[in-house]
Design a protein around this ligand. Structure first.
Ligand SMILES: [Zn+2]
Length: 372
């Protein structure tokens, strides 16, 4: 049932909704408790181009699905392992068990207050849907995924490709979506290349747009407060970025017992190298060199809030070992590579160990490109 109250205030919103395909119009998106629901909007939210917005999404009930349990060490043990390992790459580093701060507050700006509760990792699709050539049929409705999995309340946060049908071009997705009582809080940002690569633009998706595309690496939890792994690091002295340093320290200690973390970190000071995907390549990309010529690279400014996942092994599921996207309220955003100002770099992160990996719609024919 389309639950659209045609008050003068909502008339514009209702007309916008009617431009969307009917499959996008579930009651959770348009109303809850009989009232129009959308999260805080920004002036720069975008409306769908009607022809492209009609792309059908991958059907979750029939999409290939696999899952494997992860090793879940006690939080204090993880903190101890990282306290020993992080000094290999940072002059100052600490890891401890701490209560999660309210992550809805700046500079975190997540769609749920915490990271805890039934945490698992979700890996969707993969780089083979981007290259050599794009698979435009790989559009994923993340709101529908949460309904399919029966997750409510839920926080879904991490790095992926944004919903190109929404904005008309390929884009980065900084997924930050929560559902509570059927109501979507959409904090996801998308980033597009503008001016042929001269610059980029970060936009927030409206609550009635819960799609993504191609690939994604997400933490899925209840978004509840609780004890988390707090990691801080300053003054990078080694070659590893913040996430690689954490992943390698865990891998070294746990070996074949694969550990997965999801969560967020803030680069509070310094700058970082990011990329933003431009629109899809019309010619096949068959090497990392092709990929890096196609991507647009920028140096971005702190504070930058990042969301994503890491795992210490592949488990035969064709997993991406780490993937974080970040954005700042000042208008920067994209895919995190590493800080470019090691002396000034100051990181603050919050993570939870995941109990399992849910691998969805994995490419049948895969390759190892595009995993950096
Ligand atoms: Zn990325």
């Amino acid at each position: 049932m389309r639950c659209v109250v045609l008050t003068s205030v909502s008339l514009v919103a209702a007309l916008l909704l009617l431009a969307l395909p009917s499959g996008e119009l579930s009651p959770r998106h348009c109303c809850a408790g009989g009232r129009w629901q959308r999260s805080e909007t920004e002036n720069n939210t975008v409306s769908s181009k009607s022809s492209e917005s009609k792309m059908t999404s991958v059907e979750w009930a029939t999409a290939p699905s696999a899952q494997k349990d992860l090793h879940v060490p006690p939080l204090q043990e993880l903190a101890d392992v990282l306290s020993r390992g992080l000094p290999e790459n940072f002059e100052l580093a600490s890891a401890e068990v701490a209560p999660c701060p309210d992550l809805t507050r700046p500079p975190y700006n997540l769609a749920a207050s915490g990271l805890c509760g039934n945490a698992e990792l979700v890996e969707l699709g993969g780089p083979p849907y981007l290259m050599p050539l794009v698979r435009r049929d790989k559009v994923y409705d993340l709101g529908a995924l949460l309904r399919h999995l029966g997750r409510d309340p839920a926080l879904l946060a991490g790095a992926g490709a944004g919903p190109w049908p929404h904005v008309g071009v390929n884009c980065e997705g900084i997924v930050n979506l929560s559902v509570r009582g059927g109501v979507v809080e959409q904090g996801t940002r998308i980033v597009t290349v503008e001016g042929g690569g001269a610059t980029y633009r970060v936009r927030r998706l409206p609550a009635n747009e819960t799609r993504s595309a191609l690939l994604g690496n997400y933490l899925l939890s209840d978004g509840a407060p609780g004890q988390v792994l707090k990691v801080t690091a300053e003054k990078r002295t080694g070659p590893a970025n913040f996430i690689t340093a954490i992943r390698e320290a865990l891998q070294k200690h746990y070996g074949d017992r694969v550990v997965g973390l999801g969560g967020m970190f803030v680069l509070r000071e310094g700058r970082a190298r990011f990329h933003v995907m431009p629109d899809f390549s019309a010619t096949p990309m068959t090497s990392e060199e092709d990929l890096n010529r196609w991507l647009k690279f920028y140096e971005m400014r702190s504070p930058l809030t990042h969301v994503g996942t890491l795992v210490t092994g592949d488990m035969g599921l064709d997993l991406r070992l780490q993937h974080f996207h970040g954005w700042g309220e000042h208008g920067d955003g994209g895919h995190y590579h590493y800080d470019t100002t090691p002396d000034a770099a100051r990181y603050e992160g919050y993570f939870v160990p995941a109990a399992r990996v849910l691998r969805l719609d994995a490419p049948v024919e895969t390759h190892t490109m595009g995993r950096d």
